[in-house]
Every structure is written in structure tokens, then in C-alpha cells.
Write a protein that binds this ligand. Structure first.
Ligand code: ADP
Length: 442
């Protein structure tokens, strides 16, 4: 309504201006005629002209005032001014629209740059801070008050000065966060022109941690493989002896088996772990009914091969309890846990394997009366290569990866491993499988 009013006012303005001009002209002529009756023609003309000029002063004044504010439609200013005023109004209106658009685009750009989790700081040639976004403020602990201060005054790490002076070869340095020493920041310096440069700041703590984990992992794997390899190389050197008698040869070959088996177990576990980590989560199509009783019978049979004859392995399984999962993965989780129960309990030890309906789905349990685990180690059991006792694990054929594999398998089935243990008395490892409906939703 208001817009259409404004538009009709704009359209009517020239008509009204003509009316005003006509009235002014008529008034001037009338005054001239009246004066002319009493005086000469010259006075009549002068009086008419004076009226015309004086009556034009008010619209001219209003026009001046409008020019200063220049947004509403110009007031009626007289025929000769109206056309120019309307054109001026249109161009001012357009210029204002353009400015408004530019301002809103600039604001959007600023908000976008501000909402980036990474930080950026615009620096002047001498290293003084010109502008910075919210990311830079939180990562570096700076504020708006720090504008115009030199960046090396605020970030004392010597690498920052070298970076700003262009003395760092690839223009990137890493330093501890000034806000939290545990966090690591990466600073990249990019010159923009002769006057300004930009410093980009990224939190690389997680990346650093992953790199360290990878390096540790490679070091662990190399170390684990090196030990049996050294044993194998030692035996091979003895085998090179030409005078070796057949009995010794057989004995040596028998001894070679253990380190070779160890390397194979390690490589198998590494491959399993890598496959689990890199495979997508199982979809509904990958999940099959898992009859725990049937599967556990064959797992226990296979595990018995690890056990001394004196181990007493008891299986109590409810044949009606059926879970849903990836059968090969569930088999592997069962096997690793049962093998550990045998491995870490003494000859004559008792291992109880149970499969029953739990409160929140099928439950698997394996309990032993073995070594037990000190409470401070329980939270680390599923870390790769973590062992409570390295020598015992190696002697008993452990790779240090079994529980890491179990953790990944259970995570892929949206469940987790629970452990209860008492040193010298034994351990209970258990987990609940998702119910049928939960597995389908997954
Ligand atoms: P490993 O191949 O060495 O057995 P795991 O990842 O399977 O590696 O287990 C990690 C460590 O947890 C073992 O080295 C052992 O110290 C401890 N552990 C696992 N299961 C048991 C258990 N049933 N009883 C006592 N300790 C156990």
C-alpha cells in the first residue's frame, strides 16, 4: 500500500509542478497588470518579474533541503526543476540500492570468514595486526584490542618471527597453542602484496596425534616382527653348516616353526585389524542370524587346540538365543576372547563359556580363573600391542592385537566389551549383542 502510494505520488509530481508553475505565472502577470494600471509598463514588468522570482524562492529552498537528504521523492519544485530532480532521485535511489547490496554482501563475506574454525590474521608489512577473525581470536587467545600490535609481541615463539620475515622455506611453522599447551597449531604465512600478508592458523592436534599413533604403530609392528625374524635368521645360519646331522636338522626345523607361526599370527591379525578399520559399517544386508550355540561349539573345539589337556572348558549355551551380526566377525570375537581365557589361566584352569538371553539382547560371557588383570590396566586392554605382561603374552602365542580386533568388531555391531577382573582370581569378559530390531535399524 505504501509503495503504491509512493509510486502514484511520483507519477503525479510533474502534473502538480505544472499547476504550481501556472499559478506562479498567473500571479506574476496579475500583479504586473495591477501595477501597470497605476504606473508605466516598465514598473509592471519589474513587479511581475519580482513576484515570479520571489515565489520561486520557497521551492528552490525545499529542493536544496531535499538534496541534502535525497531519499523521498523530491517536493514539488517547479516545472524546470522537477525533471532534473526526478532523474537525480532515480540515480540516488539506484546508488543507495547498490550500496545496500554491497554492504550486505560484505557482511555475508565477513560472517562466513568469521565462522571458519580456522583462524586468519591480516598483517601489515611491518607485522602489525590489521584484522583477525573469531577463529584466530580463540586459537591464539587474541582480541580486537590487539589490532595494530606487532604479531611477534603477542606470539613469543621464535619461529613466528622467522616466518613473518620470510625466513622459513615453505612458509609453515608448527607451535604449541598459547592458550593451551597441549594443542598444536600450524601457522602458514602468505604474502598478498607489498603492503599486506595473511597468516592462516589451523589446529593440528588431532592430525599430530594420528601421525604419532601411526609412527608408534609402525615401530611396534617392526619390533614385533624383528624378534621372531632374528630367531629364524639364527637357525638358518646354523642350517648352513654342511656337517649338520639329520637329527639336529630335524630339531632345528622344529624350532623354526614357533617364530614362523608367530610372524604369521601377527600378519594375520594385522590384516584382520586393517580390514575391520577400513571397511564400512555392516549394513542390514550384511547381518545374518547367528546361532550362538552352534558357532560356539566350533569355536571351543578350535580353541581347545591351544589349551593343555588339563584345561577344563565348559560351554553353556541356550540353543534358542539367536543374534544378528556378521558371522565371520562374531566368530573372530568369540575366538579371541576364549583363546585369551585359555592363554592367561594356568594348566588345569577352568574356562566357562556362556550364551544366553540377557536383559538387552543375547549375551556372550567367558570367565576364567586365571591370572586376573590389575584394575589400572583394564581401560588399556583394547589398545593395540598393549600387554599386561609382555613376556607371558609372547610365550603363550599372543600378538597383542586380539582385544583391539574384538573392540573393532563389537563397535561395528554397535556394542562394546565389558571386563571384570580380580588379580589372582580370574576375569570375566562379556558383551551384549544388538537385538534383531536394533540390528535391522543399523
Ligand atoms: P595378546 O595377544 O597379548 O593376548 P590381547 O589384545 O588379546 O593380546 O590382550 C591384551 C592383554 O590383555 C594380554 O596381553 C593380557 O595381558 C591381557 N588379557 C587379555 N585377556 C586376559 C585374560 N582372560 N586374563 C588375563 N589377562 C588377559
Amino acid at each position: 500500500m505504501a509503495t503504491s502510494d509512493r509510486m502514484s505520488t511520483r507519477r503525479l509530481a510533474p502534473i502538480r509542478a505544472v499547476g504550481v508553475d501556472l499559478a506562479r505565472a498567473l500571479a506574476s502577470v496579475a500583479v504586473g497588470v495591477v501595477i501597470g494600471v497605476f504606473t508605466t509598463m516598465g514598473w509592471a514588468l519589474a513587479a511581475g518579474l519580482a513576484v515570479w522570482l520571489v515565489s520561486g524562492l520557497a521551492p528552490a529552498w525545499r529542493f536544496r533541503r531535499w538534496c541534502a537528504s535525497a531519499l523521498p521523492m523530491p517536493p514539488t519544485t517547479g516545472l524546470f526543476w522537477t525533471g532534473a530532480a526526478a532523474r537525480l532521485h532515480t540515480s540516488v535511489h539506484r546508488a543507495r540500492q547498490r550500496t545496500r547490496r554491497l554492504v550486505s554482501e560484505l557482511r555475508w563475506l565477513q560472517d562466513t570468514l568469521d565462522s571458519m574454525p580456522d583462524g586468519w590474521v591480516v598483517l601489515q608489512r611491518d607485522g602489525a595486526i590489521e584484522a583477525l577473525n573469531a577463529g584466530a581470536r580463540s586459537l591464539l587467545g587474541l582480541g580486537h584490542r590487539d589490532r595494530r600490535r606487532h604479531v611477534t609481541e603477542l606470539l613469543r615463539d621464535p619461529s613466528v618471527g622467522a616466518l613473518i620475515r620470510g625466513e622459513v622455506e615453505d612458509g609453515i611453522v608448527e607451535l604449541p597453542s598459547p592458550v593451551d599447551e597441549v594443542r598444536r597449531l600450524e601457522l602458514r604465512h602468505i604474502p598478498v602484496d607489498d603492503v599486506r600478508s595473511i597468516a592462516l592458523i589451523r589446529d593440528v592436534t588431532t592430525l599430530d596425534r594420528l601421525l604419532t599413533m601411526r609412527q608408534d604403530f609402525i615401530a611396534n609392528v617392526s619390533h614385533e616382527l624383528r624378534t621372531p625374524l632374528t630367531v629364524v635368521i639364527g637357525y638358518l645360519e646354523t642350517l648352513e653348516d654342511d656337517d649338520i646331522d639329520p637329527d639336529t636338522l630335524r630339531r632345528l626345523l622344529d624350532r623354526l616353526r614357533a617364530p614362523v607361526d608367530r610372524m604369521k599370527a601377527l600378519v594375520d591379525d594385522l590384516l584382520t585389524l586393517t580390514r575391520l578399520e577400513s571397511s564400512p559399517m555392516p549394513g542390514p544386508g550384511d547381518l545374518e542370524p547367528v546361532n550362538g550355540q552352534t558357532m560356539l561349539k566350533s569355536v571351543v573345539d578350535e580353541a581347545r587346540a591351544l589349551a593343555t589337556p588339563a584345561h577344563d572348558i565348559v560351554l553353556e549355551a541356550d540353543p534358542d538365543v539367536v543374534a544378528r551380526g556378521v558371522p565371520s566377525e562374531i566368530y573372530s570375537a568369540f575366538f579371541n576372547l576364549i583363546a585369551n581365557a585359555i592363554r592367561y589361566s594356568p594348566d588345569g584352569g577352568r574356562v566357562a563359556v556362556r550364551w544366553r538371553a540377557g536383559e538387552s539382547g543375547p549375551r556372550f560371557e567367558v570367565e576364567d580363573n586365571g591370572l586376573g588383570i590389575p584394575p589400572e590396566h583394564i581401560s588399556r586392554l583394547t589398545e593395540r600391542f598393549f600387554r599386561v605382561d609382555l613376556a607371558k603374552s609372547r610365550v603363550r602365542g599372543g600378538t597383542g592385537l586380539g582385544l583391539a580386533i574384538v573392540k573393532h568388531i563389537l563397535r561395528r555391531h554397535r556394542t562394546q566389551l565389558e571386563v571384570r577382573s580380580t588379580v589372582g582370581e580370574g576375569s570375566l569378559f562379556y558383551f551384549d549383542m544388538p537385538t534383531f530390531a536394533e540390528a535391522r535399524e543399523a
